[in-house]
Design a protein around this ligand. Structure first.
Ligand code: ANZ
Ligand code: ZN
Length: 727
């Protein structure tokens, strides 16, 4: 057991008792009580402070160079915890670093106010989601102040305020006008517990990202944002971020976007006039395509199915609908499927190959149909083995190869027709030759496919931003005119918000029934609310002018502050929030509303705070309470502990760190400062030259270390300086 835990047990203070009240003693309680109110009174961390302080008429500019340091804003669930303590310690360190260097720093704070936990808490406690949310926001704000966070409090913002979500709705309408917000029916991810749909990004390992319940599929008409239109740009624009974003985040985004270069090849199918196109990354294997597979849940399967096989297909489909995407893609799982009663014609050799419906082919990737090449693709091999289908190798495996499908390089075999031959060519050359042939014949063409799907943004829940669309019997979908925004949420106090598969808004008849903005006839509001990730896709722009009433942001303020110079937040947002924010920025750029194409110049991910090797949790009983730590060791020692524990990206195990040790360091440093600090008018070139040299070296090194995010090493240098001073 560490010494600190002993002291924590006793609830007392470690050695060097700071409570003894000599003037040189570091008494954190007294220091905090004295200075925190002063900072607040001074508005010490206000952006554009010099302009505000100047006596000139309005319009005076703060002349200093600007830095925008942004922390991912919190979700208001309860009070701040150790994880917040860490994340905001890093953001605060960076903001203060730039403040101290004389920059005009924007370091704002706000709250991601909408979302399911508020609604679930409201259902549990029979309160209103707004009450829960705003009370938690107040609690967190007070804790941030006690934590000494260097925020510009005048800019504080909440996405659940109508003044904010008015502009979320306004942005939705701009997307809608551009065809980037649209409704379609499709099989969507459905969380049976939360009774709402989920975006692909919110399904992790087949489970609901929020509650862990296994996600199922439902056929529903939902709103989407057309993020796929931006797939290539979202990919290309990652490259310039290489030096300033964590490698891991870039890799996760690239992987999620999933660009795949291949070829589309047309197959004639019995009874269908237009050929069916498949997407393949291995056109060189075409001579080995011995069967054809359509995703069982793609409309195409129904379309080409022979009448006598229809019943078999329906029964199979029923079984498929009950399985999750992860199960479907699992390599170990037995490859199931049904014969569709028709054949496709392999375009290179005219051979008739049977067509199947199977679930290992996904309806919404590529074209939802594949040519199956069991000799080279293991999934196809497994299916062929299970259904007694022929296997023809078209690449010769090495002599010592004893596997099944062979996916490696080698000379082509069994790959010739009357017009050309690939035999003997290595894979890349064979690909080039066959693509050229397919193209001259008009049978295929090079093509690019992305794994990224459109972003499903509608939710069947109450506590979110209403979708500003009205459904009219005569006019259809009608956009609510800008001057009628915001569409405020109805209060619904006392109403049953329990999830039941339709939005609780549907029951608010006084709110739902409206006159059509176009024809004046009876119409109904759209009763879905937006995914909260829509709210957080643009909040960082709103911070530049939070009170602005003419638009989502003042273009002039935006020009001055954006892009964000330094973003700090958890790696759990590597895909969702960061990808969506990048997408929003690009759409706004195309609208001419912003002049930049990427929102965040640099990104720092912090790790997690854990205890005894495990995530802190109530059930494990290993939670550490932030406010308790602050009471025992003081804000500075706790923050120093976070910063000194290791590289910011690593997890901090609270069992391994020593806030008591940091407190003692601060006590020593405080005493030393009292001993050695010179009078203000002392000759700066005087004193001990050795010490002066050490001081300057430390300043130089700490500067570089902070900018390289090596905060722990920077602290070590300061400790060395303290030792040198003492000597
Ligand atoms: C024949 C082939 C032979 C393939 C071979 C691969 C290896 P990526 O790289 O992920 O883009 N495919 C195409 N659409 C599919 C779908 N909707 N569901 C499941 N699989 C699908 O993978 C592209 C390859 O995945 C394509 O190339 C296709 O199989 C399969 F030796 O075609 B290939
Ligand atoms: Zn109408």
């Amino acid at each position: 057991m560490t010494e600190d835990m002993t002291t924590r047990r006793r609830g007392g203070l470690p050695a060097d008792d700071p409570a003894s009240s000599s003037h040189e003693t570091y008494d954190f309680a007294r220091i905090q009580a004295r200075w925190l109110p002063v900072w607040q009174r001074m508005d010490a961390f206000r952006a554009d402070r010099l302009a505000a302080a100047s006596r000139d008429a309005a319009g005076a500019e703060d002349p200093r160079e600007r830095r925008y340091v942004l922390d991912m804003f919190p979700y208001p669930s309860g009070d701040l915890h150790m994880g917040h303590g860490e994340a905001y310690a890093f953001g605060d360190l960076l903001a203060r670093y730039w403040f101290q260097r004389g920059y005009n720093v924007l370091h704002p704070i706000g709250w991601d106010g909408f979302g399911l936990p508020a609604e679930n808490a409201a259902i549990r406690n029979s309160t209103h989601p707004a009450e829960w949310t705003y009370a938690n926001i107040e609690t967190q704000a007070e804790s941030f102040k006690r934590y000494g966070a260097s925020f510009d409090w005048r800019r504080r913002m909440r996405t659940c305020d109508p003044e904010y979500y008015r502009w979320t709705q306004w942005l939705f309408l701009r997307f809608y006008e551009r065809g980037l917000a649209y409704r379609k029916a499709s099989a969507v991810n459905w969380c049976p517990r939360d009774q709402t749909v989920l975006a692909n990004e919110q399904v992790t390992g087949g489970n609901c990202e929020r509650c862990g319940t296994t996600v199922t599929k439902r056929e529903l008409t939902q709103w989407y944002f057309k993020i796929t239109d931006y797939a290539q740009r979202l990919l290309d624009d990652l490259e310039p971020l290489e030096a300033t974003w964590p490698e891991r985040v870039l890799a996760m985004q690239r992987n999620w976007i999933g660009r795949s270069e291949g070829v589309s090849v047309d197959f004639v199918v019995d009874g269908r006039e237009a050929p069916v196109t498949v997407f393949t990354t291995r056109p060189d294997t075409l001579f080995g395509a011995t069967f054809f597979v359509v995703a069982a849940d793609a409309p195409l399967a129904q379309e080409i199915c022979a009448p006598e096989q229809r019943a078999a297909l329906d029964a199979y489909l029923e079984q498929v609908r009950r399985s999750t995407e992860v199960e479907r893609l699992s390599a170990e799982r037995e490859k199931t499927g049904v014969f569709l009663g028709v054949h496709a014609v392999n375009p290179v050799n005219g051979r008739r190959i049977p067509a199947y419906a199977a679930d290992y082919v996904l309806a919404d990737y590529g074209t939802g149909a594949i040519m199956a090449v069991p000799g080279q693709d293991q999934r196809d091999w497994d299916f062929a083995a299970a259904h007694q289908l022929p296997i023809i190798r078209t690449v010769r495996p090495p002599d010592d190869f004893d596997g099944e499908a062979y996916g490696g390089d080698g000379p082509a075999i069994n790959s010739a027709n009357d017009e050309f031959s690939l035999d003997g060519l290595p894979v890349e050359e064979a690909k080039a030759r066959i693509v050229a042939w397919l193209e001259t014949k008009g049978l295929g063409a090079g093509t690019v496919t992305f794994r990224l799907r459109d972003w499903l943004v509608s939710r069947q829940r109450y506590w979110g931003c209403p979708i500003p669309i009205v459904h009219c019997g005569s006019c259809g979908e009608v956009a609510v005119p800008d001057d009628q925004l915001p569409i405020e949420l109805p209060d619904l106090r006392g109403a049953d918000l329990a999830p039941q598969g339709v939005s609780p808004l549907a029951t608010a008849s006084g709110w739902v029934d409206v006159d059509c903005p176009t024809c004046g006839g009876p119409a109904r509001r759209d009763t879905d609310t937006m995914d909260t990730f829509v709210d957080s896709s643009w909040y960082y722009m709103r911070y530049t002018s939070p009170g602005y009433t003419e638009g989502p942001f003042d273009p002039e303020a935006l020009r001055r502050w954006m892009p964000v110079d330094q973003y700090v937040g958890g790696v759990e947002h590597a895909i969702l929030h960061l990808l969506y924010s990048r997408f929003f920025t690009k759409v706004l750029y195309d609208m001419g509303a912003v002049e930049f194409t990427e929102p965040f110049r640099a990104l720092l991910n912090q790790g997690q705070v854990i205890n005894e090797g495990k995530a802190m949790s109530k059930s494990l009983g290993n939670g550490v309470d932030l406010s308790e730590q602050l009471a025992i060791y003081g804000v500075d020692a706790v923050r120093l502990t976070m910063v000194f524990a290791g590289p910011p990206g690593d997890d901090i195990d609270w069992a391994d760190v020593s806030p008591g040790g940091q407190l003692r360091f601060l006590q020593r440093a405080w005493r030393l400062a009292g001993d050695v600090t010179s009078e203000p008018d002392a000759d700066p070139t005087g004193g001990d030259p050795m010490l002066r040299r050490v001081t300057h070296r430390t300043i130089g090194e700490v500067t570089d270390l902070v900018e390289a995010f090596k905060f722990n090493v920077a602290v070590a240098r300061l400790m060395e300086l303290a030792n040198a001073v003492r000597r």
